[in-house]
Design a protein around this ligand. Sequence first.
Ligand SMILES: *Cc1c(COP(=O)(O)O)cnc(C)c1O
Length: 364
Amino acid sequence: MQLFRKELEKMKPYVPGKPIEEVKKEYNIETIEKLASNENPLGPSKKAIERIKAELDYINIYPDATAAKLRQEIALSHDVKMENIVLGNGGEQILTMIAQAFINEGDEAIMADVTFGLYKTSVTHMGGVPVIVKLKDHKHDFEGFINKINDKTKLIYVCNPNNPVGNIMTKDEIDYLVSNINDDIVLVLDEAYYQYAIKNPNYPQSLELLKKRPNTIILRTFSKVAGIAGVRVGYAISNEEICTQMAKVKGVFNINKLAQAAALGALEDKEHIENTVELNYKSMGIMKDYFENNNINYIDSNANFIFVDVNTDSKVLFEELMKKGIIIRPGFLWGMTNWIRVSTGTIDQTNKFVKALDEVLNNK
Ligand SMILES: *Cc1c(COP(=O)(O)O)cnc(C)c1O
């Protein structure tokens, strides 16, 4: 008898990066700048910290399983009803909930390559078939997506902006996709980097799309711009029926008390978000200037990271940068050997990265 679910054979364990403390010891360096996970370089919102502190005395009590207050506030901020919001233990859990709620064995889900890895993993886990369409000119190939649609297609994933590439699919491009797919296919719009992307006037208004096309799921997270990746809160905005079904698989207390408190604080702190977005584009500007002055090819980004063609083995470059106290995400992880993904840091961190990159590329 086979002990484990057969799908697990197709799945690999997640390989985490080396812990910072270990890297410090190994290379004998004092400070490490982690520009690898698209976290907020300004830290968490002070309001989130205050809210967490206020909850500490009550952590003997179970959290509100429905997280009613938080869902209400999120709904209010998007002008929808709280029934249109379902919360996840990070956007990650939203993605596993989507696969759990929709995928039967043999069902197909269309997605890009490269893109966020969890679409494939979560669909595979449920016995579904990830249908992979290569990027075209570094963007989602929607014509390719449409050609793959058949009776088994349940889900279509669009990562917008696309992680790790950083570019967006425009409103016109999303409209083209939508007008060529049946309404019963569920369209998942992963907008983990929404607040960065809306700076671009061509970025689609997905909430308007949801009104016209109810079988749409919009994913957002508090991990990136809101700066509370460590406590894990993400959410989906969709029609009531989808939210109700998804909530059945969420786990009863999936958003713990401190996470609910932190998200409420972060939600209030508009200034923190504005400062973060402003810093992002300054920091991005520093990197783009350097790349342009040195004829280094990059993909224009609408997120808080940038995808760069370093024209050399990213595995080696990754090690060399680490010795200089900089951690980035090497592209070989996505089969893009000569590319790296770098998160924007503080101005200081970004300057340090540019200097280190320059030294490594030019053997200084
Ligand atoms: C970071 C990220 C998420 C979700 O992250 P969580 O920390 O689990 O909220 C989802 N999609 C993409 C594309 C991401 O980059």
